[in-house]
Design a protein around this ligand. Structure first.
Ligand code: HEC
Length: 493
């Protein structure tokens, strides 16, 4: 009997200790971070599973629980801008320690236990912290741990030669072959100053199926190969940040060969390679960070390559803050405001230099990168108050058809590339029985040239087809009846 009671008691205590963190987690954290640690509301809240914020020393996570967190935060490559209320007053040190011990050992996290003493000292060390932490302030004190490189078996071969373009390394004899133990491209420990080349080869571990973005830059030339295919190259001499290239590529989970070629002619030498994508926390460096400070603004040209269109969702000059920019393969680009449901800028040639947002996220606005940039003002239906953006559908070539409603009326608006370069064919379909006035341009921009053609800003031509158009004192107004209307835009010769 005695034995049985003792046994029961001991089972009970182990159970309580193990359950404690989990139970407390469910009570105090799961509402937002979800019972499976993946973030509540389908990931509207940030995950704790595999979050870098949980890895390494526990101080960072302790501080978040004690004082809360506000403002922009990046977790596993996704950015959040929410608030986590402080819980330091509600939870004692033992409770916080058991919650974080549970979090740090669940859902794929494999970190050491947190002791109540660690929480006590973290509390003492942060008595000066009034209000919630911002990620910036907290990470200055407790930086995120470096992530292990996804490149295994990385070998660096060095060559000597004088080149202005990348040589065919396969025909050359290397002067040395070394292992890069950290799996990171590194030039900083090469003694040679000028006239050499390097080839790195290794195995890149792709953590999940999906689209990955690689950014490559170098002083002087370089090229990236994945799985034996050339992905991009800077095949000339020049300083860093003058020819930055970015490519998005769909990869399957698993290991693929990676090869990076590089040559240095004269003056400075550096390379940078960064990638981002599914299951990568933020942007991960695959090279040592360059020594050189950025002087000029870099250029990351994201013009469409091939048949598919490029969509860029970010702030852009001349438009309302919520704008989507589309670059079509025929060299015609436009921005569509989801606030006013209007095409707001039209331009030709290069699409967008994404570098500004890459380097200082959300700061400033990105300018269209091409030519014949024509702000169109609020081209759209003149019923702004009742206009409501409903989203867009993409066709297989990633070209969006926008949908919006104006009161009871539904409008679809497909602004597709025309057949020749620098043309757009815009098809507007109105469902319902209302005829709606549509502003195609301001009167300052529009000049009539024919019964159904107008120039826009002196650079583009608009053909209104069968649609009734009227150039008033203020604007070029089209009367769009229920049904389908086609407007053709083309760059003037
Ligand atoms: C009311 C919702 C809410 C509750 C409850 C909550 N959190 Fe959070 N937590 C958030 C939000 C929102 C953020 C991101 C804050 C931001 O965007 O600045 C966050 C961020 C975090 C982070 C850093 C980012 C990450 O995802 O790794 C950690 C660690 C964290 N919480 C742990 C906890 C723990 C442990 C608890 C329970 C003691 C808890 N949170 C309770 C909402 C909550």
């Amino acid at each position: 009997m005695l034995i049985r009671t003792l046994l029961a008691a001991s089972v009970l205590t182990t159970l309580t200790a193990a359950e404690d963190g989990k139970t407390l987690y469910k009570t105090y954290c799961a509402a937002c971070h979800a019972a499976d640690g993946k973030g509540a509301n389908n990931g509207a809240f940030p995950p704790l599973a595999k979050s870098l914020w949980i890895q390494g020393k526990p101080d960072r996570a302790i501080q978040v629980v004690l004082h809360g967190l506000t403002g922009e935060v990046e977790v596993l490559g996704k950015s959040y801008n929410l608030q986590m209320p402080p819980q330091g007053a509600m939870l004692n040190d033992t409770q916080i320690a058991s919650i974080l011990t549970y979090v740090r050992s669940s859902w794929g996290n494999q970190e050491s236990a947190v002791t109540p003493a660690q929480v006590t000292s973290a509390r003492k060390n942060s008595t000066k912290q009034k209000g919630m932490w911002t990620a910036k302030n907290l990470l200055e004190l407790h930086p995120l741990p470096p992530t292990a490189s996804p490149i295994r078996n990385l070998i660096r071969s060095t060559y000597v030669g004088k080149w202005k373009k990348l040589p065919d390394f396969s025909k050359l004899e290397s002067v040395s072959v070394e292992e890069e133990h950290k799996g990171i491209l590194n030039l900083h420990d090469i003694a040679a100053k000028d006239n050499f080349g390097v080839v790195w080869e290794g195995d890149l571990e792709v953590p999940a199926d999906g689209t990955y973005k690689f950014i490559l830059d170098s002083d002087d030339g370089s090229a990236l190969y994945l799985d034996g295919k050339k992905i991009m190259a800077l095949n000339s001499t020049g300083p860093l940040y003058s020819r930055t290239q970015a490519v998005e590529i769909t990869l399957k989970k698993g290991t693929i060969p990676i090869r990076v070629e590089y040559f240095e002619a004269s003056q400075k030498q550096d390379i940078f390679l960064v990638w981002s994508g599914p299951s990568i926390p933020g942007k991960q460096w695959l090279s040592v960070r360059p020594n050189t400070k950025r002087k000029s603004t870099p250029v990351i040209d994201i013009s469409p390559k091939g048949e598919k269109s490029t969509i860029y969702n970010n702030f852009i000059h001349h438009t309302t803050p919520r704008a989507i920019s589309i670059g079509h393969s025929n060299g015609t680009n436009y921005t569509f405001s989801t606030k006013t449901c209007a095409m707001s800028i039209l331009w030709s040639g290069k699409f967008i230099n994404a570098a500004q947002h890459w380097t200082s996220r959300g700061v400033g606005r990105t300018a269209p990168y091409g030519k014949n940039i024509t702000p169109l003002g609020n081209t759209g239906f003149i019923t702004k108050d009742t206009t409501q953006f409903r989203g867009y559908k993409l066709d297989p070539l990633r070209r969006p058809t926008f949908q919006y409603t104006i009161g009871e009326t539904t409008v679809t608006d497909a602004i597709m590339p025309g057949e020749s370069p620098h043309t757009l064919r815009r098809t507007i379909t109105i469902t319902g029985d209302q005829t709606l006035p549509f502003q195609a341009a301001t009167s300052r921009q529009a000049k009539q040239t024919n019964s159904s053609t107008y120039t826009l800003g002196g650079k583009w031509q608009l053909n209104t087809g069968n649609t009734t158009a009227q150039l008033t004192k203020n604007a070029l107004i089209l009367k769009l009846t229920p049904g389908t209307h086609t407007l053709n835009y083309s760059l003037l010769p």
